[in-house]
Design a protein around this ligand. Structure first.
Ligand code: NAD
Length: 290
């Protein structure tokens, strides 16, 4: 049995499935191909890397993308106008506003201004609330990527104790909702921990599944987990190693490897699943957009 939950391979398979669905349900029916809009503000290196990889993934899958790259100094009003254009453009099926935004921009106002029908990031309260109530909606890509990975690897999470570390709106909170919902996959018993949780290892030591998204390199060590646990490492930390920049996760991978039953690598675990889930949401929006 392989312990490695390979996000690259699974994302490739899902990309093929999306491309096939586009061919069958859109191209063969002479419909317009799905179109993702991306609004990027400023020149944050990580944001540019993420946006470029999203555009590349669109091309490989057969989804059209349009990037609106705005200067970091534009006002909130200009950004809201660009969002309005995306909301009203019938040729855009879904769009995202790449986070983080400039400090002078009210992020909540921006998220609220996105048409929930086009909110393929699933951050709008209408989508988030529907998700929390078990209704159909767009789920945030990372959380959707994680439950899809567990499902496709036939890892049963029902009745298992899942400890989530981190409570951000984009990862920790949505994954805690999806793991515990009354649906498949779901029905897990969830504990959410965060920066104010004392003695985190007293929770992680009891966990069947640990999902860590905090942005602290090698935070999870072998002495913090029980034998046979399943570890999902969401963290992406860019560190210098022998004068080279490398990416590592929030888990000390080599230190825990012998003890776990499954683990996601960084890179190549949750990251590619996040990217492909954005396209899955875009296709879903396009199929609904008649
Ligand atoms: P965030 O910065 O918004 O939130 C961090 C969370 O970690 C907070 O809830 C905080 O309470 C918690 N935290 C901080 N220090 C802690 C500690 N010592 N103990 C316990 N909890 C602590 O984070 P985010 O946006 O969710 O991102 C977290 C990490 O995941 C980052 O490394 C980010 O790059 C990565 N990320 C990866 C993907 C992916 O697709 N793989 C997607 C999103 C984020």
């Amino acid at each position: 049995m392989t312990k490695l939950l390979d996000g690259n391979q699974l994302a490739l398979k899902i990309r093929e499935e999306i491309s096939k669905e586009i061919e069958e349900k859109i191209i063969n029916k002479k419909r317009r191909i799905p179109h993702l809009g991306i609004i990027l503000m400023g020149n944050n290196d990580s944001s540019i890397t993420y946006v470029n990889s999203k555009i590349k993934e669109c091309k490989k899958t057969g989804i059209k993308s349009t990037l609106i790259h705005l200067s970091s100094s534009i006002s909130e009003n200009i950004l809201l106008k660009e969002i309005k254009k995306m909301n009203l453009n019938p040729l855009i099926d879904g769009f995202i506003v790449q986070l983080p935004l400039g400090k002078h921009i009210n992020q909540e106002k921006i998220i609220l201004s996105i048409d929930p029908k086009k909110d393929v990031d699933g951050f709008h309260p209408e989508n988030f609330g529907k998700m929390a109530l078990g209704m159909k909606s767009f789920f945030p890509a990372t959380a959707l990527g994680i439950i899809t990975m567990l499902e496709r690897n036939k890892i049963d999470i029902s009745g298992k104790h899942s400890v989530i570390i981190g409570r951000s709106r984009i990862v920790g909170t949505p994954i805690s909702i999806l793991m515990s919902r009354k649906a498949y996959p779901g029905n897990s018993t969830v504990t959410i921990t965060h920066s104010k949780t004392p003695n985190i290892e007293s929770f992680t030591k009891q966990a069947d599944i640990i999902i860590v998204a905090i942005g602290i390199p090698k935070f999870i060590k072998s002495n913090m987990i029980k034998k046979g646990s399943i570890i999902i490492d969401v963290g992406i930390n860019n560190i210098k190693n022998n004068n080279k920049n490398i990416l590592i996760g929030d888990v000390d991978f080599h230190n825990v490897y012998e003890k776990v039953s499954y683990i996601t690598p960084v890179p190549g675990g949750v990251g590619p699943m996040t990217r492909i889930m954005l396209l899955k949401n875009t296709l879903k929006a396009a199929l609904k957009n008649k």
